[in-house]
Ligand binder design. Structure first.
Ligand SMILES: [Zn+2]
Length: 64
């Protein structure tokens, strides 16, 4: 059992297609991020909502 896998997961994931940022720790079924293509995924450094907004992303209504 590899429980550590979850702890290294990113906090925020941006969808470049919709320009919406999701909070992965609080993800909802309605976020539907499983349909986001790999090339459309944007991670942030630092991994904060503010960073995502500075990049031009809008916070997802369901998970932020
Ligand atoms: Zn979301």
């Amino acid at each position: 059992m590899n429980a550590k896998a979850n702890s290294i997961m990113a906090g925020y994931l941006g969808d470049k297609k919709t320009m919406i940022v999701h909070h992965l720790g609080n993800m909802q079924k309605k976020c539907d991020i499983y349909h986001v293509e790999k090339l459309q995924k944007q991670y942030f450094t630092p991994d904060l909502l503010k960073t995502a907004i500075d990049f031009g992303f809008s916070p997802c209504t369901w998970c932020n």
